[in-house]
Design a protein around this ligand. Structure first.
Ligand code: FAD
Ligand code: MLT
Ligand code: ZN
Length: 483
């Protein structure tokens, strides 16, 4: 339990003062706060005076203003599924975790403007369902959609499995409502595709990881529901073969190609081991697999015809040696389960060193092969758990310990290699002008490394934005920018 610090001597306020400042719930017992003070990967743990769970936007304003008055820091939190430690407070004594989870209503759906306006605490699954009920598609698609929230998706500019067709969270957002670091409410929920009236404030808050303000609602783009969806899992020999298959798929399916995920064999082994209901799908193992999906506006017959033609041509060209085409939604879901369970399977297998990189798509094949060679020469036996969104150049290039060193007793020693393994991987990324964080943000995990790869000019510009929007450094201290 955090001792109640001497608060602002003038106001002498304490927990009950905060409790009376807003209508929502206030958690302050150790047990109640615990799940909010540790990240999903259980790599970061922090402390807070309390967890505030506002019940309305007005409550958010009141909590922020209380923090301003009493000189407290604010750590916004949605579903707490972030991968970079950005939703976990540091060990300071003056943190308030502000959970948006209870502000979770769908405010409006406009099927003519093709927009949906939702509270920040709505889960992604909730928003996708509301869109479907309105006969539309909200295309952001993450394996964490049952828990992650729209506020978190926008604050991390989440990517996921359909970026190559629909873009990431930023490209799907038209308007925001934000409580600023000063406790003012910015009502920017415009559902306009065109609005050139000054600086793009919306895009400053998107991807800011809670360090500039609190997103309380968003107006998002909706798309037509596809008439048909086809999913297949194909076997490929190498990332280079996968890239050739990507080129063929884009040529043949063009805009109807909506997902193109690379999966290394180790991933399916981990999934089969930790999710017995998801056995390896092919008799013979393949070094890599591609999970691809097309969404067709015309008809099931048209989708099937195009998809089968693509896979036959890929096979004739020797790009794939086998493929499973899902013949039902259940089969499609079972193929996606192989992909969506990789993260949890890898976590269940023990500590691992993750990378969330993006490089120009043309550089991916050489990056994967050459970086693996470098890592294996310096760290013999490590296992490459490579998977992710090949279609938009983003790979989760994760490293697990050698099989004989994967026991818990070796975990700390392996994690101790993190900075060396990160350096090999991220130097290879930087060499082809890639990014060391494609979709998970910088948080704490990548904060200091980003400072090493970003130019002083870029860092100075980012600091000026922070200084302008959060001059007292009240929002989410210790995240994104190095001290
Ligand atoms: P949190 O973890 O609660 O917070 C994340 C960041 O956003 C923090 O900086 C926090 O301060 C800030 N924040 C949260 N809500 C607000 C708000 N209302 N206002 C201001 N700041 C706020 N990510 C991807 O991009 N692509 C994937 O494919 C993907 N797959 C995943 C699979 C699994 C199994 C898991 C566990 C995670 C995955 N993620 C993925 C990571 C994570 O789900 C995303 O980063 C997601 O966007 C986080 O949403 P959240 O609501 O959980 O945010
Ligand atoms: C995914 O694509 O599954 C995620 O980004 C999660 C991860 O990287 O583990
Ligand atoms: Zn991802």
């Amino acid at each position: 339990m955090v001792d109640k610090p001497q608060l602002n001597p003038e106001t002498g306020s304490g927990l009950d003062d905060l409790r009376n400042a807003f209508e929502g719930r206030l958690l302050f017992s150790e047990a109640d706060m615990e799940p909010f003070l540790i990240d999903w990967r259980r790599r970061y743990q922090g402390s807070a005076l309390a967890v505030a769970q506002p019940a309305s936007v007005d409550d958010v304003v009141k909590v922020v203003r209380w923090c301003v008055k009493n000189d407290f820091y604010i750590v916004p939190q949605g579903g707490n599924t972030g991968m970079s430690g950005a939703a976990t407070p540091d060990n300071g004594e003056r943190n308030i975790v502000l959970s948006l989870a209870r502000i979770n209503q769908v405010r409006a759906v406009d099927t003519v403007n093709n927009t949906i306006t939702v509270d920040a605490g709505c889960t992604l699954a909730q928003v996708r369902q509301a869109a479907e009920q309105a006969g539309r598609l909200f295309p952001l698609s993450l394996p964490s959609e049952g828990s992650c929230t729209i506020g978190g998706n926008l604050s991390t500019n989440a990517g996921g499995c359909q970026v190559l067709r629909y873009g990431n969270a930023r490209e799907l957002c038209l308007g925001l409502e934000v409580v600023t670091a000063a406790g003012e409410l910015w009502q920017g929920l415009r559902g306009l595709r065109k609005d050139n009236t000054g600086y793009d404030l919306r895009d400053l808050y998107i991807g800011s990881e809670g360090t500039l303000g609190v997103i309380t609602a968003a107006t998002l783009k909706l798309y037509p529901q596809p008439a048909a969806r086809m999913t297949a899992l194909a076997t490929v020999d190498s990332p280079h073969a996968a890239l050739e298959l990507l080129g063929l798929a884009q040529q043949q399916l063009s805009a109807s190609l909506t997902a193109f995920e690379l999966i290394s064999d180790v991933c399916l082994e981990l999934v089969a081991e930790h999710f017995p209901q998801c056995p390896k799908p092919f008799e013979d193992a393949s070094p890599y697999y591609v999970l691809l999906e097309c969404s067709d506006a015309e008809s099931q017959a048209h989708a099937t015809e195009c998809f089968e033609a693509l896979l036959f041509e890929a096979s004739d060209k020797g790009l794939i040696s086998d493929a499973i085409i899902a013949d039902s939604i259940a089969r499609s879901n079972s193929l996606w389960a192989l992909r969506e369970n990789i993260s949890e399977a890898q976590a269940a297998a023990g500590k691992n060193i993750k990378h969330d990189i993006s490089v120009p798509i043309s550089a991916i094949g050489d990056f994967v092969v050459q970086t693996e060679k470098q890592l294996l020469s310096q760290f013999p036996g490590v296992r490459m758990v490579v998977f992710g969104h090949l279609g938009d150049g983003n790979l989760h290039y994760n490293v697990s310990p050698a099989a004989d060193l994967s026991g818990a007793e070796h975990a700390d020693a392996f994690v101790g290699l993190q900075s060396q393994i990160n350096k090999v991987t991220h130097d290879a990324v930087a060499a082809v002008n890639g990014s060391i964080s494609a979709e998970h943000g910088l948080g704490v995990l990548r904060r200091d490394e980003a400072a090493r790869y970003k130019s002083p000019v870029e860092l100075a510009l980012m600091r000026s934005v922070k200084q302008a929007l959060d001059p007292h450094g009240r929002m989410n201290p210790g995240k994104v920018l190095p001290d």
